[in-house]
Design a protein around this ligand. Structure first.
Ligand code: ADP
Length: 359
C-alpha cells in the first residue's frame, strides 16, 4: 500500500510501518515534512519507506521511481550507504560528516536503529550554509591579519631605524615619527571601520533618522572635500534640485556614504577631471549619483568592489582599507535602498544609490 498525504512530498510506501503501533500519526508526518533536516526511514531490507521534503531537496533524486527504491538508489552515495550498513550490523547509532561526491554538499548524518519497528531512521543536516558562514569568517580573519600586517611592519621598521639612529639625526627622527603617526592612523581607521561594519551587520547600530534635505547634505560633503578635490586638480559639480522630496534617513550615515563615494571619485581620478554629484526623484525613491571621469573599473570587478577589503589595485593608492563600499552598502540597505555602480575601464565610473521616500 502506498499512502500519499496532502503534501505530495510525504510518502509512506510500505504499510508495515503504519500498521505498527506508535508510528508517527498524520500530525507527526506533517511536522517531519516541514522541518529543514532531511529524514529518511529505511526498512531492514534497505528499501526507502518514508522521506520528507528536505531529503528530496538535498538528494535531488535522478529517478522518479519511488516504490521499492533502495537507500543507495536514492542517495547515490557509497559512504552514506556504508554508514547505514554499519548501523544495521551493530545495532548502534552512527554519526558522521559526509561530503557528497555528486554535488559537494557537506552533510551531518545520524543513523538510528528503530528496533521496535524493524527500521532505521536517517537524519540529514545540510551544513552548506553553516560552511559558507565559516568560510566568510575564515576569509575575514585572514584579510584582517593581512591588512594589519603592512602598517604594523612599517611602524616596527621605522621604530627600529630610530633606535639605531639613537637621536643622532633629529630631522630623521621627526620624519619617522610623522610616518609612524600616519601608519597608526591607518590602523585606527581600519579598526573603526571594522567595528562599524560589524555593528551595522548585526543590526545593532542605532540609526538616528530625521527628515533630511539631500541637496544640503551634498553641499556639506562637497565643502568638506573641496580642498582635496582642488589639490587633485578636479572640478566638482552638483546637479540637484533644492526642492526635492525629503527622505527620512540617518543624515550622518548617508553623509558618510556620500563622503566615501566622493572621496573615492577624487582618489581614482586624474588632474583635469570632473566629479558630478546628482540627486533626483525616481518614483518613490531619491536617486543619488556620484560620477567621475577617472580610471573606471573592469567589468569583472564591478560586483567584487562591494566586498569587505576588496581593492582592485592596491598599488594605485597608498590609502584606503577596502571597507568603505562594504560599509556604504550596509548603510544603504539598512535604509531599504540599493547601491550599485556603472563603469567602463578607462572612462570613469558612476556610483548610484537609492533611498526610499517612504520610511
Ligand atoms: P578603499 O577606497 O578604501 O580602497 P572602497 O571599499 O571604498 O575601499 O573601494 C573598494 C575598491 O573599489 C577601491 O579600492 C577601488 O579599487 C574601487 N573603486 C571604488 N571607487 C572607485 C572609483 N570611483 N573609481 C575607480 N575605482 C573605484
Amino acid at each position: 500500500m502506498a499512502i500519499n498525504s496532502k503534501d505530495d512530498n510525504i510518502r509512506v510506501t510500505d504499510s508495515r510501518a503504519l500498521n505498527n503501533p506508535g508510528y508517527p500519526a498524520d500530525a507527526m508526518l506533517a511536522a517531519l515534512a516541514g522541518i529543514d533536516d532531511g529524514v529518511i526511514i529505511v526498512s531492514a531490507s534497505r528499501v526507502v519507506e518514508y522521506l520528507n521534503a528536505a531529503a528530496e531537496r538535498i538528494f535531488r533524486p535522478v529517478s522518479h521511481k519511488r516504490d521499492n527504491m533502495t537507500f543507495i538508489e536514492f542517495v547515490r552515495d557509497y559512504e552514506l550507504d556504508t554508514l547505514l550498513r554499519r548501523c544495521m550490523e551493530t545495532g548502534v547509532k552512527q554519526s558522521a560528516m559526509i561530503r557528497m561526491h555528486q554535488n559537494n554538499i557537506l552533510l551531518q548524518i545520524t543513523v538510528l536503529p528503530d528496533n521496535a519497528r524493524f527500521c532505521y531512521v536517517v537524519v540529514i543536516k545540510d551544513l552548506s550554509e553553516h560552511q559558507h558562514l565559516e568560510n566568510i569568517r575564515r576569509d575575514l580573519i585572514s584579510n584582517i591579519s593581512h591588512e594589519f600586517r603592512t602598517p604594523i611592519a612599517s611602524i616596527k621598521l621605522l621604530a627600529e631605524t630610530m633606535i639605531e639612529n639613537d637621536g643622532k639625526d633629529p630631522g630623521l627622527s621627526k620624519d619617522f615619527l610623522e610616518k609612524i603617526v600616519i601608519e597608526a592612523n591607518k590602523l585606527t581607521q581600519m579598526t573603526d571601520d571594522l567595528r562599524e561594519l560589524a555593528e551595522i551587520e548585526k543590526g545593532k547600530s542605532a540609526f538616528n533618522k530625521g527628515i533630511i534635505n539631500i541637496r544640503r547634505l551634498i553641499e556639506l560633503v562637497v565643502r568638506r572635500l573641496e580642498a582635496q578635490a582642488q589639490t587633485a586638480g578636479l572640478k566638482v559639480e552638483i546637479v540637484a534640485e533644492d526642492d526635492l522630496p525629503r527622505p527620512v534617513i540617518d543624515g550622518n550615515r548617508i553623509e558618510s556614504v556620500l563622503m566615501n563615494l566622493v572621496h573615492n571619485a577624487i582618489k581614482f581620478s586624474y588632474p583635469g577631471g570632473k566629479i558630478t554629484i546628482g540627486a533626483n526623484q525616481d518614483d518613490d525613491c531619491i536617486l543619488i549619483s556620484v560620477a567621475d571621469t577617472g580610471s573606471g573599473i573592469a567589468e569583472s570587478e564591478l560586483e567584487r568592489i562591494f566586498e569587505r577589503f576588496y581593492m582592485v589595485d592596491r598599488s594605485r593608492t597608498g590609502e584606503g582599507s577596502g571597507l568603505g563600499l562594504s560599509i556604504s552598502k550596509h548603510i544603504v540597505a539598512a535604509h531599504g535602498g540599493r547601491i550599485w555602480v556603472e563603469s567602463k575601464e578607462g572612462s570613469g565610473s558612476t556610483f548610484y544609490f537609492s533611498l526610499p521616500l517612504k520610511a
